[in-house]
Structures are given as C-alpha cells and as structure tokens.
Design a protein around this ligand. Structure first.
Ligand code: C5P
Length: 308
C-alpha cells in the first residue's frame, strides 16, 4: 500500500468500575488500583504531514471546546513531540480532533486524543514503534493514556499507567450523564487529600476487590451493580453538591447502580440491557439532564478508521 497522506484514528472514553486511591506520593501522584472499561463515546483524530505542529478542534454540540488548549500544551501535540523525540526525527503534523467525549468530564477525553495521535502518527509515518514503546510513551503523557490504546477492560496500577487487560464477557449498557460545567482532576485529588487531613483518616493501600473482576468474567450485571466503587466520589460531591441531584435522579430513573466517572462530574448509570438504557436515558432527559447517552461497553481501544 502506498503511504497515506492522512490517517484517522478513533479512541473511546474510559470509565473506572473500581477506583481505589491511596495517600498522595512524594511525586504528587496518588497510587491507584483501578478497573478500567472503554465505553462507546469517541473522539476521532486525523493527522497529516505538515511543516509545523498545529491542532484544530471541532466537536459535537455538547463539547466545551474553549476549555481545550489549541497550542503546544495540547496533549495531542505533546504526543507527537514524544513520538518524534523517541525516534530522533524532525517531523511535524497537522492534527484535527473531532471531539465526541465531553471535556473535563472524568472520561479521559484528552487521554483518548493523546493515544489516538500516537497511533495515527505511527501509521502515517510507518515508524515501526513496538507496542511496548507506544505504551511507555503513552504512560509518560498521562495516567489514562495507556488504557486508551488498549481499550476493552483492564486493571490499572501505579498512578493508572500500568495496565493489564482482563476478561470482560459482559454486554454492558451505561447511561452517561454529562454536566455543563467541567471539574478539574487535580482539584478533586487535592480535595481528596484535604478530606483525609481533616478527618485524620489515612487512605489505605488501594486494592481491587475480587467481586468486580468476577462480575466482568461472568457478565453478572447484578454483581457488577453491587461492586462499583469510586474513592474520589466523596471529594467530588463536596466540591459539587449539585451532583447529588443527578445521583438521585439516576436512581429514580431506575438505574441498577450509580457511579461517579473518574474524578467527575460525569455520572454513570448502570443498566440491564440496551432497552433499559434507552428508557433510563429518556427518563433522565425528561428530568432536565440534557446531555445523556446510552452507550455499550466494553468497546475497542484506539484503532484506525480511515486512510487517504
Ligand atoms: O496523569 P494525568 O496528567 O492524567 O494526571 C492529571 C493530574 O491528576 C495530575 O497532575 C495529578 O494532580 C492528578 N493525579 C493524581 N494521581 C493519579 C492520577 C492523576 O494525583 N493517580
């Protein structure tokens, strides 16, 4: 096949079915024991050879594009710089990101863009980067970037960057309830620390309970509903009391379980199947939650969807 002039890669949003968070480390990160799952909300990233790095953003109408940096602070450009530095080459690209994943939502949209950019440039330039090197570069770009490459379901350790695929036999359906106002991940972690200081509690060494792994291995939705957990939920709810209503509305709408997505403010409603998810999404819309999506999980990690 001749060399493509553009490559488009699609990457999915992530959720954390279990998010165990330990006490802050000297490097400022928190040790995590998490179970990631990729869900059906996507960003598409197109790359083309160019004389200088640039990034352009378009988005679905629910996406607050103004909050995304459009210069070299953008994690997609940082991904490009990391890849070219790794190979010692002087190349640059135009990057076009079409966002379907809400910004600052706790769904790792920026990490999806970084992972998609790494893979798209790897294919555009045919660099022969090993999977191992791609995962390592991804981990240096952000805690959730390696999982965005992998997709499916995986455990995450370290500060989230050490990922290991796990068996997920379920055909899960979630209603993802977005929020107009984003929440800063570092701010939620800082508040988690403050809460521990205030209460005198020390965060335990995080571990992944067996039940959540069993639920995925067997596809048991009731067991999954009973085993969902997020250690950041309390801190996020203190920062954003308005989210309580979303949780209450989700329970009233008939969700099997409610869960904060990552550091929030997105709220996840576990549903029994596709039909149930459509009903719950309809009920949430009727309660005034304008941005909600019924999505399947698990879905694939970053993958090429178009060559030109
Ligand atoms: O790795 P990433 O860039 O996604 O992390 C963003 C911020 O979230 C970090 O700078 C840190 O403040 C916080 N964080 C943390 N512990 C983690 C992951 C992220 O404190 N395990």
């Amino acid at each position: 096949m001749s060399t493509p002039s553009t490559v488009t890669v699609r990457a999915a949003a992530k959720i954390n079915l279990h998010l165990g968070v330990g006490a802050v480390r000297p490097d400022g990160y928190h040790p995590l024991a998490t179970v990631y799952q990729a869900v059906g909300l996507y960003d598409d990233v197109l790359v083309a050879d160019a004389a200088a790095w640039s990034v352009a953003l378009t988005g679905a109408d629910h996406v607050a594009l103004a909050e995304v940096p459009q210069d070299s602070d953008n994690v997609a450009i940082r991904a490009g710089l990391a890849l070219t530095a790794h190979h010692g080459i002087e190349r640059a690209a135009r990057i076009e990101i079409h966002k379907g994943i809400p910004v600052a939502g706790g769904l790792a949209g920026g990490s999806a863009d970084a992972a998609a950019t790494l893979l798209a440039l790897e294919r555009l330039w045919d660099l022969g980067t090993s999977d191992q090197d791609l995962l390592r570069l991804a981990g240096e770009l952000g805690s959730d970037v390696p999982f965005a490459l992998l997709g499916g379901a995986a455990t995450g350790h370290g500060h989230g960057e050490i990922v290991e695929p796990i068996t997920d036999k379920g055909s899960w359906w979630w209603v993802v309830v977005g929020n107009e106002t984003g929440l800063s991940t570092p701010a939620v972690y800082r508040h988690f620390d403050e809460l521990n200081t205030r209460t005198g509690e020390t965060a335990d060494d995080p571990a992944i309970p067996a039940d959540v792994i069993t639920a995925l291995r067997t596809g048991d939705v009731d067991l999954l509903a009973a085993s969902l957990d997020n250690d950041l939920q309390r801190a996020a709810l203190e920062l954003r009391a308005d989210l309580r209503r979303t949780f209450d509305d989700g329970a009233e709408a008939g969700a099997l379980a409610t869960l904060l997505s990552g550091s929030g403010p997105t709220v996840l409603l576990l549903c029994r199947d596709a039909e149930h998810a459509r009903e719950v999404a309809g009920a949430m819309l009727a309660k005034g939650h304008g941005h909600c999506w019924a999505v399947p999980a698990p879905v694939a990690g970053a993958h090429v969807v178009d060559y030109d």
